[in-house]
Design a protein around this ligand. Sequence first.
Ligand code: ADP
Ligand code: MG
Length: 235
Amino acid sequence: YNHSMQRTEKMKIISDLAASVAHEVRNPLQVTRGFLQLLAARTDEKSQAYFELAVNELDRASDIITDFLTFAKPEIERITLLDLSQEIKKIEAMMLPLAAMHGGVLVCNIQDELYIHGNSSKLKQALINIIKNGIEAIGNDGIIQIEATATTGKVQIRIADNGDGMSEEEVAKLGEPFFSTKTKGTGLGLMVTFRIIEVMKGTISIKSTKGKGTEFIIRFPLIVKEKRLPGESDV
Ligand code: ADP
Ligand code: MG
């Protein structure tokens, strides 16, 4: 036993362990989810509601594990050129049902030809955490706006909701681990989002008014894709 083990070494062991446990737990959750959906298709309408609840809870567990995993291992392995309009289209499709469940709508306005460097699944995780908070903050007639435009050398993503809003003190606490005002909250979502945006060399700013709503502005360096001659390949 070596007492002089460095703190950073210990941290690395703990984060490796957390990452592998999280990874191993996520797989059986996914398998269980698949079987529940199979069973749901064979059962009567009344029981289907229970299956839906079970699947939702599994998804919630899976999301929490994903956030913990990013907390333990925030570094991004694979950086590629991302087409923002395509990325946000996928996110929109994933979030539409949740927005509808909360009585709200998503309105997307994404400029074409916006390219950034980053990792597709991490970007998704970062933006989904913000959009989910927006959805959880709205009431009936809730609107979540997602816009992306190019400004001088940057891509700007604006995610705004007309929900509960926050006080100045609450805004100041955003991104702190375990800060949550929700009974079922983890207070990990925005911490992970901030970390991912930082690793992708972006910035984030937040404006919020209690009772009115919240606006997140995220900026990433804009990548100018070289014009190719017809017939030139993509790789
Ligand atoms: P969680 O969602 O698990 O509580 P987050 O890190 O995602 O953790 O968010 C932390 C807290 O920030 C939330 O509990 C909520 O109080 C506040 N918050 C974040 N986004 C919004 C928003 N769009 N509107 C109102 N409050 C928000
Ligand atoms: Mg959240």
